[in-house]
Design a protein around this ligand. Structure first.
Ligand SMILES: Nc1ncnc2c1ncn2[C@@H]1O[C@H](COP(=O)(O)OP(=O)(O)OP(=O)(O)O)[C@@H](O)[C@H]1O
Ligand SMILES: [Mg+2]
Length: 255
């Protein structure tokens, strides 16, 4: 089973183009099975603003108090997941929304409770459930809310969640869809990156904010995925068997 894990940024969900969905349909027609994981950054920020709670990030990760966790779960499960499933269905793709804390579809542990609060890193993925859904010809759409220890749920950065799903499913491809063309340097798209080059761009501050967990996930995914890309959801990302955006390569491939 050729599998692609697609992470769809909350940043771009409202702006997904018809050409994005055409690329999705091409992938399915080429025999790929697709698992979606989505984020919800801007809508969570808006909800927190309404609640008069300040959004705080450390290295691109949202500091998550109990209140922030409640807001994040409400937005991700109640709004973003519903919207994405309906959009996929409207484009003729049979999708099913899943709350990732159910059945430990994603199980996570605290990264650093004192520093980040209820933020988790995925420790296991319930592949059995995901593979059953894929075999039924459905596209699972996962929230990045994971089952935590002792009855808790944890907020997982959606890039991290997608990377974990890609590793667990031994996916061929991890595709992170966002609101920019890929990694930009001085406004220009960087078409190919290795881990050394990526680390330099983080150190120099060219890569910042939400792009940090994304590139970190990309580099980690290279250990198990053959192809890793960051692409824009506003444009086609797969045309005539070619991929757009920033492609991540293992070091030795560029020597
Ligand atoms: N070098 C860079 N190239 C491109 N974007 C960058 C760079 N450095 C920082 N960014 C920021 O990263 C953002 C994308 O990450 P962000 O976390 O905001 O969105 P997302 O992950 O797609 O959505 P969500 O977090 O809701 O899932 C870009 O919109 C841009 O502002
Ligand atoms: Mg993000």
């Amino acid at each position: 089973m050729k599998t692609v894990v697609v992470k769809c940024g909350g940043s771009v969900l409202k702006e997904l183009s018809d050409s994005f969905f055409s690329s999705m349909t091409s992938l399915l027609a080429d025999g790929y099975k697709i698992v979606f994981v989505h984020g919800g950054g801007p809508e969570i920020n808006a909800m927190l603003e309404n609640m008069n709670v300040k959004s705080e990030f450390k290295n691109g990760l949202r500091v998550t108090s109990q209140d922030v966790l409640k807001a994040a779960e409400l937005v991700l499960s109640g709004s973003m997941n519903r919207k994405l499933v309906r959009l996929l269905e409207a484009h003729g793709i049979a999708a099913i929304g899943l709350q990732s804390s159910d059945q430990g579809i994603l199980t996570a542990d605290f990264i650093n409770k004192d520093d980040l609060g209820f933020v988790g890193d995925v420790t296991s993925v319930n592949q059995t459930v995901l593979e059953l859904i894929l075999k039924a010809g459905l596209l699972p759409v996962l929230t990045p809310i994971a089952k935590g220890p002792n009855g808790t749920v944890l907020n997982v950065n959606a890039d991290h969640a997608a990377g974990a799903a890609a590793r667990a499913l031994a996916a061929d491809h991890l595709l992170m869809v966002t609101d920019v063309d890929g990694v930009l340097d001085d406004g220009q798209l960087v078409p190919v990156l290795t881990s050394l080059e990526t680390k330099k761009l983080i150190e120099s501050g060219v890569i910042s904010g939400g792009m940090i967990p994304k590139v970190q996930t990309a580099l980690k995914a290279l250990e198990s995925c053959e192809h890793v890309h960051i692409v824009s959801g506003k444009k086609p990302f797969y045309e005539d068997g070619r991929w757009h955006g920033t492609q991540f390569n293992k070091e030795e491939e560029t020597i």
